[in-house]
Design a protein around this ligand. Structure first.
Ligand code: GLU
Length: 447
């Protein structure tokens, strides 16, 4: 798809002003390709230069994180917080610790987050942060020292009404705990709402751990329901085996699906009897092991080193690992093997060629900013509970999450219909999110 004529100069500007940030360019391009009809319908957006303003983060912070390992060696990492858009609420979005993290990575994630958060219908703006720190193989004490050093700088930029980080790749409950502890210590405030994804005993919310993956499977089920079927009885493959993948598999199984494959960066496992999700959970969450260990217990399963799951026939695929992990070639393979629905648990896991292939083939394709919004939505519920010094039950929290996911699904479908692109969740998500942010920005004046 091409970028609308009116938006082409905005895109050219983004390319020129953000050189080398390919993932950021990709994320912006996908949105600009979709929102042409909304821009045409609302000339006031053009007059107020909403689109170029949306493409420029409100604030970008880059800082040094020095820390000492267990052997006394000093390491210097680089860290970021990109506060992208606060028209709808405080900046909200996770922190990613991974050696591949560059400013452009965080900008792409922050940009996506603005739209995802808008889609939830909750009062949260968008931001993202992280560091090129590699947690792999680090001891617990090293992780703690890194988190403390990271927060020693970050604390001055965040706050429950300003910017509320959470987890993402490489940042889970353990890291959020260390970050929160250091924030509390430096500020001398028990400000629960400054971080989400906290442990249950110190202000965390029920179902936050499960929310992203659960939401993705619920979204996949909603897409299928709208086409007269459901996840019940479907064969599902999932990429990744981290927090999102594990709970996407768990919810898919609860909804009657047969989950046969998952992976990590070392390779993939295929278990035709159904993935033993409890085993994956134990390997990943307790032992922090590689996925090949799975076949040591489940001897009938197959581990393929270096392979992805996309060659394994399935009805439904859920990419839950990382950006650009599912290419055009992978998409064609999935389509050929009978895949009818794809729900993205990760952020931008499908390349533009892959997305186009799915749309052309009529596959129900749920983009990450819609399908994986359950995580951040539950973070907003955590903020709500912290603000009211309340704590909801698992049942109530699960019910709210499912309502929110159904709401997002309906909003995407209705918007796609309204703009003459029935069944196109990419267009529906981008236009629905864009108009919400744009309306708020218009109302707030030129800021
Ligand atoms: N990192 C998650 C995401 O990509 C969650 C962010 C949050 O809870 O703030 O949406």
């Amino acid at each position: 798809m091409a970028v609308d004529e009116k938006l082409a100069s905005v895109y050219a500007d983004v390319l020129e002003r953000n050189p080398g940030e390919h993932e950021f360019h990709q994320a912006v391009r996908e949105v600009l390709e979709s929102i042409g009809p909304a821009v045409a319908k609302h000339p006031q957006y053009v007059d107020a230069k909403i689109v170029p303003r949306i493409c420029e983060p409100e604030r970008q912070i880059i800082f040094r994180v020095p820390w000492e390992d267990d052997d006394g060696n000093i390491h210097i990492n680089r860290a970021f917080r990109v506060e992208f858009n606060s028209a709808l609420g405080p900046f909200k979005g996770g922190l990613r610790f991974h050696p591949s993290v560059l400013l452009g990575t965080i900008k792409f994630l922050g940009f996506e987050q603005v739209f995802k958060n808008a889609l939830t219908g909750l009062p949260i703006g968008g931001g993202k942060g992280g560091s090129d720190f590699d947690p792999k193989g680090r001891s617990d004490r090293e992780i703690m020292r890194f988190c403390q050093s990271f927060m020693t700088e970050l604390h001055r930029h965040i706050g429950e009404y300003t910017d509320v980080p959470a987890g993402d790749t490489g940042v889970g409950t353990r890291e959020v705990g260390y970050l929160f502890g250091q924030y509390k210590r430096i500020t001398n405030r028990y400000e629960s709402g400054v971080l989400t994804g906290k442990g249950l005993i110190y202000g965390g919310a029920q179902i936050r751990t499960e929310a992203t993956g659960y939401g993705t499977a619920v979204f996949a089920n909603e897409m299928l329901l709208s086409r007269g079927s459901s996840l019940d009885g479907k064969t599902v493959t999932v990429s990744g085996s981290g927090n999102v993948a594990i709970y996407a598999m768990e919810k898919a199984r609860q909804l009657g699906a047969h989950v046969v494959a998952c992976s990590d960066s070392s390779g993939s496992i295929y278990d035709k009897d159904g993935i033993d999700i409890e085993l994956v959970k134990e390997l990943k969450e307790v032992w922090r092991a590689r996925i090949d260990q799975y076949v040591a217990t489940r001897t009938k399963a197959r581990f393929e080193p270096g392979a992805q799951v996309w060659g394994i026939p399935c009805d439904v695929a859920m990419p839950c690992a990382t950006q650009n992990e599912l290419t055009g070639k992978d998409a064609h393979r999935l389509i050929k093997n009978g895949c009818v629905a794809v729900a993205e648990g990760a952020n931008m896991p499908t390349t533009p060629e892959g997305v186009q292939a799915f749309l052309d083939a009529g596959v129900a394709f749920g983009p990450g900013k819609a399908a994986n919004a359950g995580g951040v939505a539950t973070s907003a519920l955590e903020m709500q509970q912290n603000a009211s010094r309340d704590s909801w039950s698992f049942r109530h929290s699960q019910q709210r999450l499912e309502e929110i996911m159904r709401g997002i699904h309906a909003r995407c479908l209705e918007t796609a219909d309204e703009y003459g692109m029935p069944g196109n969740y990419v267009a529906g998500a981008n236009i629905a999110a864009y108009t919400r942010v744009a309306d708020a920005m218009l109302a707030l004046g030129l800021i």
